[in-house]
Design a protein around this ligand. Structure first.
Ligand code: UDP
Length: 326
């Protein structure tokens, strides 16, 4: 099996690439290294089945070359992270809309089934407990740039569905809910690596707002095999699936659990959203998935809980800190 992974040097993409190489695939990784890094692929850097191509998913020629001969494509390249989207909304829109179209087009031309990674962000402020794939999107004003990520990803989804209905492309869409684990960086806003980094270095943990907003975190190692199973199941093609964890936690409680798990002496401080992200920022009070469709289709059932997530992220950053201070 020859597989193309766009964004394969990123957080999720690198775990996926390792998984595919272990399964015996030849893997072409296309990554522009904007937020990804070759260090994410350090464990497989010398693997004979791996080829890393540095380039953009917006570059038709490069994508076409990478897709040539591919049996399947995982499109995991994206501009992600609240801070990144606020800082560079245009880049996010272009990468997430145009880049997806380029990848869909190449997959069609080369006859390769493709998995498109989308996001729970598309549900916006819909706080229903147990969001289902056909639930409404509740978005704030387009003047609030946070929503441009949800908009771009939703357009990418609609475009994917267009390729399915108009061209018969074999494509599956997956909406990821707060996927976390080793290698995710806190630089672009993600809360778990931020809290773990703050706890390990004795800095206060920065809880935004009242800390009562709720999320369900899902370990990347539970997500990765599900991505493969969905793309490899023809019955999933043309459809969209939520993938998320089951354990609900408030961000305030998450901070306490990170402090306890790491034995940290850090305090917790509360920052207003304005302090954290600037004026006019909107957050979701609650984001809880219903992943029963993926359970029914491929038996998706996350095995790792939040304690496993925190422990694995802490182990990863401890090693990094040791290396940096050596
Ligand atoms: N958050 C926080 N402190 C931080 C970073 C994030 O309290 O240092 C909050 C953020 O405002 C949101 C939640 O943690 O309510 C999850 O944020 P993340 O960016 O990880 O994912 P999101 O669910 O917003 O996509």
């Amino acid at each position: 099996m020859r597989t193309l992974v766009t964004g394969g040097a990123g957080f999720i993409g690198s775990h996926l690439t390792e998984h595919l190489l272990r399964a015996g695939d030849e893997v072409v990784v296309l990554d522009d290294l904007s937020t990804g890094s070759p260090s994410n692929l350090a464990a497989v850097a010398n693997h004979p089945g791996l080829r890393l191509v540095v380039g953009s998913v917006c570059d038709r020629e490069v994508v076409d070359r990478c897709a040539r001969g591919a049996d399947r494509v995982f499109h995991a390249a994206a501009s992600v992270g609240v801070l990144k989207i606020l800082e560079k909304p245009l880049h996010g829109l272009r990468t997430n809309v145009h880049g997806t179209e380029v990848v869909l087009d190449a997959a069609l031309r080369h006859g390769a089934p493709v998995l498109i990674t989308s996001t729970s962000e598309v549900y916006g402020k819909n706080t229903r407990t147990g969001l289902r794939e056909d639930d409404d999107r509740v978005l704030g004003s387009p003047l609030k740039s946070r929503w441009s990520y949800a908009e771009a990803k939703a357009v990418a989804e609609s475009m994917t569905r267009g390729y399915v209905t108009e061209h018969g492309l074999a494509a599956v869409i997956v909406r990821l809910f707060n996927t976390v684990g080793p290698r995710q960086t806190g630089r672009y806003g993600m809360v778990v690596p931020r809290f773990v980094g703050q706890a390990l270095t004795g800095r206060p943990l920065t809880v935004h707002g009242d800390g009562r907003q709720v999320r369900c975190f899902c370990h990347v190692l539970d997500v990765v095999p599900a991505l493969v199973a969905l793309l490899d199941d023809e019955r999933a093609h043309g459809d969209v699936f939520n993938l998320g964890g089951t354990e609900r936690v408030s961000i305030g409680e998450l901070a306490e659990r990170v402090i306890a798990a790491t034995g940290s002496t850090s305090d917790v401080v509360h920052l207003s959203y304005e302090q954290a992200y600037g004026e006019g920022f909107e957050d979701m009070r609650r984001r809880v998935p219903d992943s029963s469709k993926a359970l029914a289709r491929i038996g998706f059932r996350p095995r790792r809980d939040l304690d496993d997530v925190i422990a694995d992220v802490a182990d990863h950053w401890k090693t990094r800190l040791e290396v940096e201070h050596a």
